[in-house]
Design a protein around this ligand. Structure first.
Ligand code: ADP
Ligand code: MG
Length: 320
């Protein structure tokens, strides 16, 4: 066996739960369930850009997969299969074993099979392509929001940005929450169960990877609507308890990336169903504003009197 395939066998071939043809041939073979269409997404993590070179490899393996499952969740798709393309500067077996343990831990929890990939020498980069299933015509697109829909967000956006600021030594979070916030950055939980429950309830969705206001702007643009966020409805208290610097807290919640929460729109009549869903998933869901006609593509932040507040930062852009 070639050293390359031996490395793949050692670290990336595990028993599969489904009956797809997995690694070992020129292609994998998958059969989507009848009545479903495939949702397909790729996300690349580049050392030095998306993660610090000394990141714990187990958490890195988890995150590499989790960020892709988050995209499927935001489309309302159930994750099924993934491929993994790896570029490695050298072969470090202990590092690879930890990476693959984290990767497969995430794969088992969310029920996906690794069905193939590519392994090459080069600067450290990890790229996953994920395939999910969604009932034909039911996927949640960014363009589906309607005038008058409520805007909702899951969980606690802003934690990952505060965790990163702490890891980089820019601030020191309160001890009571420090580990949780760093885990939110390094081991995010993709909102798979929420995503699978949203088709038929929500009208549009996106996951928060680049910043809440920036990602909401994508929904506003695709739906030709004005997104109005009510400052008082945002989940501030936990972040304020974690960090005393109000400007940093505001930037983390409104513009911090990497949280992988789901931001979605839903009609007023879905309110009770969403409250129940939040309870059954033990996942906070907060209504943070509404979509309005006019000013297509704009995002505004308003105070309790309805006056617009200035927005200093919206999110992260790799090319700005
Ligand atoms: P080819 O040269 O035909 O593209 P490769 O030698 O690159 O094939 O890969 C051999 C097999 O191993 C393929 O089935 C491929 O999908 C799988 N594979 C390669 N790298 C990985 C990886 N990191 N994880 C899982 N499967 C992989
Ligand atoms: Mg190949």
């Amino acid at each position: 066996m070639s050293p390359e395939f031996e490395l793949i066998r050692r670290h990336f071939i595990r028993p599969m739960r489904g009956d797809a043809l997995g690694p070992g041939d020129d292609c994998a073979l998958v059969a989507p369930s009848p009545g479903c269409e495939l949702a397909v997404t790729s996300d690349m993590l580049v050392s030095g850009t998306h993660f610090l070179p000394d990141t714990d490899p187990r958490r890195l393996g988890w995150k590499t997969l989790a960020v892709n499952l988050s995209d499927l969740a935001a489309m309302g798709a159930t994750p099924r299969w993934v491929t993994l393309a790896l570029s490695l500067p050298q072969v470090d077996d202990a590092w690879l074993a930890a990476l693959s343990d984290g990767f497969f831990e995430c794969a088992y929890i969310y029920g996906v099979d690794l069905i193939g990939g590519d392994t090459t020498r080069g600067p450290l980069t990890l790229c996953v392509t994920a395939f999910g299933e969604v009932a034909a015509g039911k996927a949640l697109r960014r363009s589906g929001a309607q005038d008058g829909d409520d805007i909702w967000v899951s969980g606690q956006p802003g934690r990952a940005a505060l965790g990163l600021a702490d890891v980089l030594g820019r601030l020191r979070l309160k001890d009571a929450c420090r580990d949780d916030y760093i885990a939110a950055l390094e081991k995010p939980l993709p909102r798979v169960a929420l995503g699978c429950a949203l088709p038929g309830v929500a009208s549009a969705a996106i996951d928060v990877s680049d910043g809440l206001l920036a990602d909401l702007g994508h929904v506003a643009a695709a739906s030709d609507l004005h997104a109005v966020v009510e400052d008082a409805a945002l989940p501030w208290p936990a972040l304020r308890a974690a960090c005393d610097d109000e400007a940093t807290v505001r930037r983390a919640l409104l513009a911090g990336g990497d949280d992988y929460e789901v931001l979605f729109c839903a009609p007023r009549r879905a309110h009770d169903a969403l409250r129940q869903l939040s309870e059954s998933l033990s996942l906070p869901l907060n209504r943070i504003g509404a979509m309005c006609a006019g000013r297509a593509g704009d995002v505004s932040l308003i105070d309790a009197q309805g006056c617009e507040l200035p927005i200093a930062h919206r999110g992260y852009d790799h090319f700005s």
